[in-house]
Design a protein around this ligand. Structure first.
Ligand code: UDP
Length: 260
């Protein structure tokens, strides 16, 4: 698989052109940022874990009929994906109140919501991804009612599926963020799930003690960030017991050198 020119570099991923038209290579970096880029670090192995976890979740979603941009994972840090026009909205689904919701509305952290709550944020770093209403999205042409109706349904299906998947391995799905893109297929426009779903974009709490197994460990300086991501992968049965992600990559680098 030949990687072409860089199309876009974000905070945690880079998108490159791929050989086949309409496809791209999504590369997962180890970079971590929080609070709108004010806090930055490199977490060794994070990209490898997010690539694998996101592949696992998106391929499971594909299997239950939720179309995603994922074609296949091509190596430890990269996936071949369908190139889409990203809708500039972050769709946040919440089951338990925490994070910005508690700060914004004074809701007590950990409050279990009676039913899942869907929020829309305008994807704009300069404006700190502000919360917007459906009416703003339509008024400014970022999307329309028909797209939002189908995306909302998909968001709740993703939530149902992921809640079950995580519950079965002793993890509470507190909230998550997803992004969608438009795909032109034979002159017809389709909405598909894009970006990633990983501990960078979800809040995941251990069911037994509410221990955080997600990016909040980085945001709140709780330590053991990579260990938490590894724990999620292990519970999902996609990382063998005893594997250390840092040595996996080192091992691979060594074998490439040895071949020379
Ligand atoms: N989230 C994300 N990217 C963002 C903002 C939020 O992936 O740019 C995820 C975040 O990890 C959490 C959910 O969306 O799982 C809700 O985040 P919240 O609005 O509470 O944001 P925060 O507290 O991080 O400001």
């Amino acid at each position: 698989m030949k990687k072409g020119k860089k199309l876009y570099e974000g905070k945690a991923k880079i998108l490159y052109t791929a050989t086949e038209k309409g496809t791209a290579i999504q590369h997962f970096k180890d970079d971590a940022t929080a609070f709108n880029n004010q806090k930055k670090s490199v977490i060794e192995g994070k990209g490898i874990l997010n690539n694998r976890i996101s592949e696992h979740i998106l391929s499971n979603l594909n299997q239950i009929g939720i179309e995603t941009h994922l074609i296949k994972r091509i190596n430890m840090r990269e996936q071949l994906v369908k190139l889409v026009e990203i809708i500039p909205i972050e769709f946040v689904v919440r089951n338990i109140a925490t994070g910005s919701l508690t700060k914004r509305l004074g809701i007590e952290d950990g409050t279990v919501l009676e039913k899942p709550l869907l929020e829309f944020c305008f994807k704009n770093d300069d404006l700190h991804d502000p919360l917007v209403a459906r009416e703003h999205i339509c008024a400014f042409g970022w999307s329309d009612d028909s797209e939002l109706d189908s995306i909302s349904k998909i968001c709740f299906r993703i939530n149902d599926f992921m809640q079950g998947m995580f519950k079965s391995v002793g993890i509470k799905l507190v909230d998550f963020k997803v992004e969608f893109g438009r795909l032109n297929q034979n002159g017809k426009k389709k909405i598909i799930l894009a970006d990633e779903i990983s501990p960078d974009t979800c809040r995941l709490w251990d069911s037994s003690n509410d221990k955080k197994l997600d990016k909040d460990r980085f945001r709140k300086d709780l330590g053991n960030v990579i260990e938490a991501y590894q724990e999620v992968a292990r519970r999902l049965n996609i990382l063998h017991e005893g594997t250390n992600i840092k040595t996996v990559e080192f091992g691979k680098l060594r074998s490439v050198k040895n071949r020379k």
